[in-house]
Design a protein around this ligand. Structure first.
Ligand code: ADP
Ligand code: ZN
Ligand code: ZN
Length: 756
């Protein structure tokens, strides 16, 4: 090796907890990508920095194959953030960096602006008479098409006019008649067509507080009910940052569910917004990323992974619906985008707004302790008022197909007035149980410890009678295309058999209601009502959700029944009734956050009612009308609920009063996961975590078997973050090396959100 070689540390996408050293004769900037040999493969890694010495003798160091970038694609701030995240979540840095990059960059492609290719006529081409091209009809067609447009035509559009247009373009170019250039995506700016309303005093003080903190880390929890004007606060702060050339990063839970939000931003500013979400193809994603990095996109709007998008001139971060569980990645690198966003704002010294109608108890506690500013928007804007909340005591009311009499009456009243209603039910499918009423047999999944859900697909337009026999009933009755049993945990499906596999009886029936069954019942009770269903099944097809939402907005739907997809961000001004069907489901869940989730969900769904000038009403069907959670809901008393829930957490020693990490393991062999965890615990005890850190007994997961794998978990708990992370770091290093750990799939989840 030449003495002029330098040694660089490179993060490589492998599950190994270390960086690797390579040699280079050229000087490499941290944050640039390189191709390096790795085992028998070649990988794309990111340069972390130069080191004076390697632990390996220099004879064993390999040279990098190729440097891919002239300047850093990950600036020092983001590289630093990623290092912090790898440390905090105890996840290999190479994989963390990999997660943060758009797929095309991971593959080693150039981060070009990736604009669209546009073809236009050259002056020579303009002089040509297309009619002369009789023998080349495609060339003629292309020429005629281009002649119509002075700015040129996108290659994609030309490809659509003929399969042979690419060959025709080549021929025309060789004659010198056409040329192409790259035009940036959506660079054209439209004039802003709307201005914001004058802010009310609450919004005003929120905006001034945030603007006053502009040059500093200023974390602020913006708590305001749905419709209180939180989005207006974001827009107003962003507006003031634009003339300074500062960029804003806005994180939202799921963009596909909130297309209205993107439109609202675009209309307000007349600017192209870089949108980053999983619905994009890789080229679009890269293009949006590059516009953010180059500072060309003043506003970057994205879901979870957008938190790592580098910004040339960052000015503000917004985390909308900060309590939303989708900010937490549930596999691989299990980070919380909200928490990473707060850390990012701290490192970049900029303000961050965490907005929610129902803040997480973690954020609320931070705000109460003064770590975050707390800004309240207690009222809805304009004339809109909070909906009336009524609890329907199901101990006295006999529901029919899940719908109690008062709820049916309330629906009938809305239909008469031409107003819309929403029914919320957190369970898709027709019925959660398929049971033999002779012997009690229940259909269950062969690969999971779970029951199967009955699903029916109704042919469009057919009227369903929920009591009717599955197939071929009388005319006008249900025509059911498919009926099957589906596992919601592993996706396995089974056909329905006419006889019980245990007693051979034929007395098999669905038990309980899912959205499909309620949809059918509504059609039976209200034959003239136009019912729409919104759940994962009804919106599986691309564009289906948008179509349903459009019908609702155009007033072509009377009743919407759906799962939590309904709760997110939609603004339905004509909805005046919200019914919550199985509210009790989350009340006594196995997870200590069940209650918090239920409260958030109902509050969010309720927020859909009466947003314009019409009074809304929320009806909650419950068997526990005296539960403090419901009485707080009835009073719209978030703080009352939070008080109750925080006390419960304090007594039980759960977050936010302690910090958790969950070590999970799974194996197709029964017992193997528990065995691994028991060995891991022995290691843990030997590491002497100290009395601050408790390692709890390993237990089977609440649903032990899923998709044929047996799962177990072990909780580690501490009142203080420092000792916990110190212990976790040492423990994970030992687990990564341990022989017994090689056979079992395991992962560590820091700040787990889902305890299953
Ligand atoms: P949130 O984000 O809290 O749900 P929005 O910002 O979307 O609330 O505001 C709800 C509605 O009220 C929107 O239609 C918005 O344009 C309007 N609005 C917000 N602030 C004001 C205000 N100060 N004056 C009048 N209308 C407002
Ligand atoms: Zn039976
Ligand atoms: Zn299953």
């Amino acid at each position: 090796m030449s003495a002029a070689s330098r040694i660089y540390q490179v993060a490589v996408p492998t599950p190994l907890y270390r960086a690797f050293d390579y040699l280079a004769t050229v000087s490499l900037v941290p944050g640039t990508r390189v191709r390096v040999p790795f085992g028998r493969r070649e990988l794309v890694g990111v340069v972390l920095g130069e080191v004076a010495q390697s632990e390996l003798p220099s004879g064993r160091l390999k040279p990098i194959t190729q440097a891919l970038d002239a300047s850093a694609i990950l600036p020092p701030t983001i590289l630093g953030l990623l290092r912090w995240a790898a440390d905090y979540y105890h996840h290999p840095l190479g994989e963390v960096i990999h997660t943060a990059l758009p797929v095309r960059l991971r593959q080693g492609r150039a981060p070009d602006t990736a604009g669209v290719k546009v073809w236009m006529l050259t002056p020579e081409g303009r002089a040509v008479d297309p009619g002369a091209l009789k023998r080349a009809p495609t060339q003629r067609l292309v020429l005629e098409t281009l002649a119509l447009s002075a700015e040129g035509v996108e290659a994609d559009q030309l490809a659509q006019i003929s399969q042979r247009s690419a060959a025709a373009l080549r021929a025309l170019r060789s004659k010198g008649w056409v040329s192409s250039y790259q035009r940036d995506h959506r660079e054209e700016t439209k004039p802003a067509s709307v201005t914001g309303p004058p802010l009310n005093p609450g919004q005003q003080s929120a905006v001034s507080a945030i603007l006053a903190g502009l040059k500093n880390f200023y974390p602020c929890l913006l708590h305001g009910v749905t419709g209180s004007g939180k989005t207006e606060v974001y827009l107003s702060v962003i507006e003031q940052l634009l003339p300074q050339g500062k960029q804003s990063l806005v994180l939202v839970p799921e963009i596909s569910l909130t297309p209205q939000l993107v439109g609202r931003f675009e209309r307000r500013f007349g600017l192209p917004i870089a949108v980053l979400h999983s619905g994009l193809n890789e080229q679009e994603r890269l293009s949006a990323w590059v516009r953010a990095v180059e500072g060309k996109a003043p506003i970057v709007l994205g879901t979870r992974s957008a938190v790592f998008t580098p910004l040339r001139n960052p000015g503000l971060i917004v985390v909308d619906e900060e309590h939303d569980a989708s900010y937490k990645q549930q596999e691989g690198f299990r980070y919380s985008a909200r928490d990473v966003a707060v850390m990012r704002a701290a490192r970049e010294k900029i303000p961050i707004i965490l907005g929610s109608a129902t803040p997480s108890l973690e954020s609320l506690k931070n705000a109460r302790q003064g770590a975050y500013a707390l800004i309240e928007l207690p009222e809805r804007t304009g004339s809109a008022v909070m909906p009336d909340v009524r609890l329907l005591d199901m101990r006295r009311l006999k529901p029919s197909e899940g719908l109690s009499m008062p709820l049916r009456e309330a629906l009938a009243e809305r239909l008469e007035k031409g107003e819309q209603s929403i029914l919320f039910l957190n369970r898709r499918g027709f019925s959660p149980v398929w049971m033999c009423f002779d012997c009690g047999w229940v259909a269950s999944c062969k690969r999971c410890d779970a029951r199967l859900t009955l699903h029916q697909t109704i042919s469009p337009g057919a009227k369903l009678d929920a009591h009717s026999a599955p197939a071929g009933g009388a005319p006008g009755m249900a025509r059911i295309k498919k009926q099957k049993l589906l596992c919601h945990h592993c996706g396995a499906d089974q056909q329905i058999t006419p006889r019980c596999p245990t007693c051979q009886g034929e007395n098999l029936h669905p038990l309980g209601e899912g959205t499909e069954r309620v949809e059918g019942a509504l059609q039976k009770f209200f034959p003239n009502a136009r019912v729409e269903r919104i759940d994962r099944d009804s919106t599986a097809r691309r564009g289906a959700l948008e179509e349903i939402l459009r019908r609702v907005h155009e007033g072509k739907a009377d009743i919407l029944v759906g799962t939590q997809m309904l709760s997110k961000g939609h603004d339905f001004p004509n909805v005046t009734l919200v019914g919550i069907l199985n509210a009790d489901q989350g009340l006594y869940g196995t997870d200590f956050r069940s209650g918090e989730r239920l409260f958030q969900l109902i509050m969010q769904v309720s927020g859909r009612a009466g947003r314009a000038d019409k009074q809304g009403e929320v009806l909650i069907q419950t068997w526990h009308p005296d539960h403090p959670l419901f009485t707080a809901l009835q009073r719209h008393d978030f703080h009352g609920f939070a008080e109750y829930a925080l006390n419960e957490r304090r007594e039980a020693g759960y977050p936010p009063y302690s910090h958790l990490a969950l070590l999970r393991a799974e194996s197709p062999a029964p017992g193997a996961a528990l065995e691994f965890l028991n060995a891991a615990r022995v290691l843990a005890v030997r590491l002497a975590p100290g009395k601050d850190v408790q390692t709890l007994t390993p237990l089977p997961a609440p649903m032990e078997r899923r998709a044929g794998r047996y799962r177990a978990q072990m909780l580690v708990q501490s009142r203080q973050r420092g000792p916990l992370h110190d212990f976790l770091g040492r423990w994970v290093m030992q687990l990564a090396e341990a022989k017994f750990a090689k056979k079992t799939r395991w992962s560590l989840d820091v700040d787990p959100l889902d305890m299953h």
